[in-house]
Design a protein around this ligand. Sequence first.
Ligand code: CS2
Ligand code: MG
Length: 411
Amino acid sequence: MVQHGARDTMKITNAYVNVTSPGRNFVRLKIETDEGIYGLGDSTLNGRELAVASYLTDHVIPCIIGRDPFQTEDIWQYLYRGAYWRRGPVTMAAIGAVDVALWDIKGKALQTPVYNLLGGKSREGVLVYGHATGKDKDHALEDVARHKEMGYKAVRVQSGIPGLEATYGIAKGAGGYEPAERGLPSEYEWSSELYLRHVPKLFARVREVFGDELHLLHDCHHRLTPIEAGRLGKELEPFHLFWMEDPTPAELQEGFRIIREHTTTPIAVGEVFNSIWDGHDLIRNQWIDYLRMAPSHGGGLTPLKKAADFAELYHVRSGLHGATDLSPVTMAASLHFDTAIHNFGIQERMPHSAETDAVFPHHYSFKDGKMFPGDEPGLGVDLDEALAAKYPYQRAYLPINRKLDGTLTDW
Ligand code: CS2
Ligand code: MG
């Protein structure tokens, strides 16, 4: 019989998926073993939740019952290669949930936090950035001040654009914004011309008011062409941003060469990636500085560690996606990962609602601009199943964005 040190082989006995909606939808996976130890995974795919739930329940779970949960590498390869249909957000979010749950089980069984299984502590605390938003420049500035008061050392700044009614990424009321909206997709309007005119003025003002110390970030939500992004990056250079995120859609990786030729503003990409192959050219050509792929959408901790090690060769650091659609399970997995890898850059933090935090009690914490994964065995996150059951799935979508002439743009 295969043994893990002195222990007998453990077996996966049961696994199940539920979609819960404590304020927003989450697709959660629980894997149980014959030793009573269980692990949690997250395969939330904003606006496409039920597709991943079915992929897991109908096609993946039957294949993992009876397997040894310690075999994280073999099970990952089995699900990736064995599907024949490789990659894609649904497949990889499903595989990612299994992989993260298995690392959770392994940590609990060995009585050690997951960061110890990924290389041990490379740092105490993980630098995070928060989101400052406002319907206009002045409101955004107030929100930057609020984030500084909360202890943030790095802040992403987005504001409404004069001439446009509503902009994605901006809170509508008090208390942060939530990307997904219940019901069918709403539509926002977009103009790159008005946006490009506004953003340099916003950052000039932020630097003027807050000085040079604060790290500033900005998300373009894939809406610019490469040459427009080159112009924006160049005009933002005096305000030395930590990064400019998703300047252009990354399907055409070569587009980033044009951006790089025009600006020294650092570039972050990858929250929609689900495989290292999505960013292979970006990394090996040194067209980007930060890779944003998270454990849930990127297929788990197993491939993410390999991606980070590959990126390290090209001076690319991590900047993991941490919006509210990444559940506390993914946040914990990300924090263990950020703690262990050497080429860590920064971690996104968009705090979850109180309802979400109650459904997923956790040991990670925030203090003085940093987050800490905690030292519990495994991921240090649990699931209150009775509470989760009180929040059934509710249809929700990300909004659609149209240019002023009515054609669609990315978000
Ligand atoms: C954003 C997200 O956090 C980010 O950087 O781009 O709000 C993103 O749009 C959502 O997570 C999409 O699911
Ligand atoms: Mg983003």
